[in-house]
Design a protein around this ligand. Structure first.
Ligand code: CP3
Length: 320
């Protein structure tokens, strides 16, 4: 989950001098931002590559920026077959995104095996929502209309994204990522029966193309009813949002699949005492259960308080 960002004064200081995109594209800066949360909270187990899921649409020819009012704006809306066919060849993203692999190599060397290094990317479905909607969306009308009315074009786009992500993840693994997290952040907005065709089948295809047994973490927001299906994608870890009851989920899943999650990130805006109590009760619920990786249920918000994060890290690392 996102652990860098605006809640950290040291991140805001860097961002006062360079834009988000400059930081993402400059390996020295991206390395520095990646390491900021670990320097402040040495108890964290893993470094998460500082980048964004939207580097893939950009590498395919559809750049992104941030709206002044919050949220993402893509440079244009992807609407026609001609536009899909005009995207860059999927495998070419590896060359356009050489700054990502350069950052990973630098991180791998700096971390020297002391912390796990996590690479990541968006799911084809989640990336397609941004590309077809033209940015962040409230109703996801366009991507759903495309899925239901022109499955041929929908599949053509998702197939290209799948190929691009396979090449991209292979390059991340080669550059030193110890695990890959796939963010299906908008997996929960499609009707249950259609989730498999809209999103899951592409994720399964990606995981099948990676080295056998390479650890993949799948996070799909709002898909608590699909955990069993997700357990057949080849993902080794399912990362869940805070609406999922971890104990119930644990009981449903095979022991070979680890569960990651799922404290509500909003709690980081409360007090250290509330964070400690909530974290303890989550850990208590999973006492003696196999395969639990403590995590937030989504990314840290800019309003998160440092003292709440400290309380979280202390509570988890001192837990016995
Ligand atoms: O620890 C880390 O920071 C890891 C890096 C990371 C970022 N984005 C950096 C980032 C990761 C893993 C992501 C994933 C990502 N990006 C997702 C999937 C996970 C999720 O949150 O569901 C999505 C949907 C995106 C797209 C995106 N990028 C959004 C929706 C936003 C917020 C836009 C807004 O309204 O502010 C971003 C920006 C972004 N990506 C920030 C960070 C640290 C915030 C930038 C800033 O505030 O300076």
């Amino acid at each position: 989950m996102r652990q860098a960002g605006r809640y950290l004064p040291e991140y805001r200081a860097l961002k006062a001098r360079s834009s988000f995109l400059e930081m993402v594209k400059t390996p020295d800066l991206a390395t520095e931002v990646t390491l900021q949360p670990l320097q402040r909270f040495p108890g964290l187990d893993a470094a998460i590559l500082f980048s964004d899921i939207l580097v893939i649409p950009e590498a395919l020819g559809q750049p992104y920026s941030f709206r002044d009012t919050g949220g993402i704006a893509m440079a244009y809306r992807l609407e026609t077959r001609a536009q899909v066919e005009a995207l860059a060849p999927p495998e070419s993203v590896v060359d356009s995104l050489s700054y990502v692999t350069a950052t990973l190599r630098q991180l791998k060397q700096t971390l020297a095996g002391q912390k796990a290094l996590l690479g990541f990317g968006g799911s084809p479905w989640t990336l397609a929502t941004y590309m077809v909607e033209g940015g962040s969306s409230d109703d996801f009308e366009r991507i759903k209309l495309l899925f239901y009315t022109d499955r041929g074009l929908f599949d053509a786009l998702l197939e290209r994204l799948t190929r691009a992500l396979i090449a991209y993840f292979k390059a991340q693994i080669e550059a030193g990522a110890d695990a890959i997290q796939i963010f299906d952040s908008w997996g929960g907005i499609v009707a249950g029966a259609d989730y498999a065709e809209a999103s899951l089948r592409w994720i399964r295809e990606i995981i099948a193309a990676l080295p056998p047994d390479f650890p993949v973490i799948l996070y799909a927001k709002g898909t608590g009813t699909h955990l069993i299906d997700q357990s057949f994608t080849g993902a080794r870890v399912l990362s869940v949002d805070w609406t999922v009851d971890l104990r119930t989920a644990r009981a449903q899943l095979p022991k070979t699949i680890a569960l990651q999650g799922n404290l509500d990130p909003l709690l980081m805006q409360t007090t250290p005492e509330i964070v400690r109590a909530q974290t303890q009760s989550l850990l208590e619920a999973m006492r003696d259960q196999p395969g639990h990786i403590f995590n937030l249920g989504h990314g840290i918000t800019p309003q998160a308080k440092i003292e709440c994060m400290q309380s979280l890290v202390d509570t988890v690392t001192q837990w016995r």
